[in-house]
Design a protein around this ligand. Structure first.
Ligand SMILES: O=P(O)(O)OC[C@H]1O[C@H](OP(=O)(O)OP(=O)(O)O)[C@H](O)[C@@H]1O
Ligand SMILES: Nc1ncnc2[nH]cnc12
Length: 175
């Protein structure tokens, strides 16, 4: 297995979910046992033996990549969810979209001050989702060690938005 093969397995669907979006579908990658295992190990590569306490992943595809990475690294996993989905006491962060507002929540007891976390998602586009996730982690006193993605869309400004952090991705597309 190699990253060229992984890239060839990512399904591109033009104009989904709306006109002008070139959607990168990871389901063929996670459907294939060897490919799934390969990308998870590759995403974990820099973190074996490091002092990482938790992997944090935003809904929904961050759950898939993030929980597999947490299992591989032997850490806990923390879900970050759309409002109203988490049952206990939550911290909420509201953020601006191109059009309107969105919000994400995390359980207040999910991270203790000083814990080291990595934030994981399938794809980095504008960086809005993972910036909001980092705000939540830091508001609980967590330390963001790195952001890790399978896919990075390089022309949408995500890496620039995360410029004060360590950012790792496996395969790139312009948009
Ligand atoms: O960098 P950004 O501009 O924030 O975009 C990236 C986010 O968009 C997608 O999720 P989506 O919002 O489609 O939600 P889903 O995973 O629940 O389908 C993707 O899985 C990332 O979480
Ligand atoms: N082009 C894209 N493909 C898949 N998920 C996305 N999230 C944001 N932009 C995306």
């Amino acid at each position: 297995m190699d990253l060229t093969t992984i890239k060839s397995m990512i399904r591109i669907k033009e104009d989904f979910p709306k006109e002008g979006i070139s959607f990168k579908d990871i389901t063929p990658v996670i459907n294939d046992a060897k490919a799934f295992r390969y990308v998870i190990k590759k995403m974990c590569e820099d973190f074996y033996g490091r002092d990482i306490d938790l992997v944090v992943g935003p809904e929904a595809r961050g759950f898939i990549m993030g929980s597999a990475m947490a299992y591989e690294l032997g850490t806990g996993f923390v879900p970050v969810r759309k409002p109203g989905k988490l049952p206990a006491d939550v911290e909420k962060y509201e953020y601006q979209l191109e059009y309107g507002m969105d919000a994400l929540e995390i359980h207040r007891d999910a991270i203790r001050p000083g814990q080291r976390v990595i934030i994981v998602d399938d794809l980095l586009a504008t960086g809005g989702t993972v910036s909001a996730t980092a705000h939540l982690v830091e508001s609980l006193g967590g330390i963001v060690e790195a952001f890790v993605f399978l896919i990075e869309l390089t022309e949408l400004g995500g890496r620039e938005r995360l410029k004060n952090y360590d950012v790792k991705s496996l395969v790139e597309y312009p948009v």
